[in-house]
Write a protein that binds this ligand. Structure first.
Ligand code: EPZ
Length: 422
């Protein structure tokens, strides 16, 4: 298993091109199942999750263009659904592939999709997805770890109030409802920018969706969708991660093709901590505004609140800030796995359930550490960049899932970082 070696303590200076948002890209790929015409996506990130979902879609009948020149363009075409089964071996590699269930039901009337199972950050059930699709008239059973669904006739629009906010359930039911008969209203919907981006793409394909990006989404079902071309929004989590890398190392990085537009409350938290974020001609510039970073309290909540996907990175930053930071994780029950690893690097952190108290220390020191999930892994990279001495981050495959060419991008800003095979 590959590892990353980092010799810390170098202020990062340079520019980094931010890719399209992984968490938008995955759902946009799934949307291709809803039409028999090609969907072209621009600004796609070249990450392992995209490759894993491509495999799932190919099993279902998609042809997906390769992008040997890495232009960020991908064309997906599903002239017909050749299989309505998404098997366990593929779905378990990438949880978001469960989102093919609703579109398969909407287009083919039947679907069999493996339950994705839990993952390191929590149990992550899909009950809200099932509830929403059943409200649209699907009959769903669970058998041998598979979701089995069928639709008598066509899906029917419904008024659905989610009992709790879920990004995936909102996207899943919204996609299925585009081909339902009549009007669907989704209340207490998630408001993440990736949902609005998905709706823009679906509308370009001929869907009739209003309100995506707010808590109430109205979807007027149509008979069929056609082809379209869509540009994926910038990855707000990649943006926030590299902004924190600049601040953690007391450097300055220009982040290209992005903005602070989708960062939500993270912008205020970063500014309060002393991270300077300024718009530039080509994106934004991030640096440490003055002297030592300051401790700031954060609570992760659905968008526009502080994103759970930036919590681990922010904790790394707080590890050397002046003062005591209280970090509350509200979205996933097990998203502090980076804590023991940061402590091995000298951080002073105490965890009580979903809350952590981080007492800033003067500096971290390098150590061998173990990555456990995507964002925990990158928080260890940030810590390693800021630390004195050498850090080895094991299990790099987590990073490959969601960060395109992370080592190259950081090295181009002067980081002494390399990927070690084996
Ligand atoms: C999406 O996951 C993202 N993944 C996650 O990004 C992100 O952390 C999360 O939204 C929250 O912003 C993708 O977009 C592929 P949820 P999702 O449904 O859709 C519970 C990353 O690092 N829940 O909003 O799975 C659930 O267990 C990743 O890029 C139910 O109880 O998140 C969680 O506690 C990781 N029942 C909460 O809701 C359900 O049916 C929010 O989950 C669905 C969810």
């Amino acid at each position: 298993m590959d590892r990353i070696g980092i010799a810390g303590g170098v202020p990062l200076k340079g520019e980094i091109a931010v890719t399209g948002a992984k968490n938008a890209a995955l759902k946009l790929m799934v949307a291709a199942l809803l039409s028999d015409k090609p969907l072209t996506l621009e600004n796609m990130p070249d990450v392992a999750d995209v490759a894993a979902l491509k495999q799932v879609l190919e099993v279902l009948g998609a042809t997906v263009s390769d992008d040997p020149r890495r232009t960020g363009r991908m064309t997906l075409h599903v002239p017909e659904i050749t299989s309505t089964t998404a098997p366990y071996d593929l779905v378990r590699k990438m949880r978001a592939s469960v989102l093919v269930f609703g579109p398969l039901l909407a287009r083919s009337g039947v679907a069999k999709v493996s339950l994705p199972g839990g993952c390191a950050i929590g149990t992550r059930p899909v009950d809200l997805h099932i509830m929403g699709l059943e409200a649209l008239g699907a009959r769903i059973d669970l058998e041998d770890g598979y979701l089995l669904g069928e639709v008598p006739g066509r899906l029917k629009g419904a008024d659905i109030t989610f009992p709790m906010i879920s990004v995936g359930a909102t996207e899943h039911v919204m996609m299925a409802a585009t081909l339902a008969q009549g009007m669907t209203v989704l209340r207490q919907a998630a408001q993440e920018p990736e949902i609005a981006d998905l709706a823009i793409c679906l509308n370009a394909m001929g869907a009739d969706i209003e309100g995506a990006g707010t808590a109430t989404i109205r979807i007027n079902g149509v008979e069929s969708l056609h082809g379209a071309s869509h540009h994926v929004i910038p990855d707000r989590i990649e943006t926030g991660t590299y902004a924190m890398a600049a601040a953690a190392t007391d450097g300055e990085i220009e982040l290209l093709n992005t903005s602070t537009e989708f960062l939500g409350d993270a912008v205020q938290a970063l500014e309060a901590a002393g991270v300077g974020i300024q718009p530039s001609n080509r994106g934004i510039t991030a640096c440490r505004a003055n002297g030592r970073l300051l401790a700031v309290d954060i609570t992760t909540t659905p968008y526009p609140g502080f994103a759970t996907d930036l919590q681990a990175q922010f904790m790394s930053l707080m590890a050397t800030a002046e003062g005591e930071s209280h970090i509350h994780e509200n979205i996933f029950e097990n998203r502090f796995m980076h804590v023991p690893e940061l402590m091995r690097m000298g951080a002073d952190i105490q965890v009580h359930g979903g809350s952590a108290i981080v007492r800033g220390v003067e500096s971290l020191h390098g150590a061998p550490v173990m990555a456990t999930d995507l964002r925990a892994s990158v928080s260890l990279v940030l810590a390693g960049l800021a630390a004195e001495g050498e850090t080895i981050v094991n299990r790099v495959y987590h990073l490959d899932r969601g960060y395109e060419r992370l080592v190259d991008k950081l090295a181009s800003c002067g980081a002494r970082i390399e990927r070690l095979a084996g």
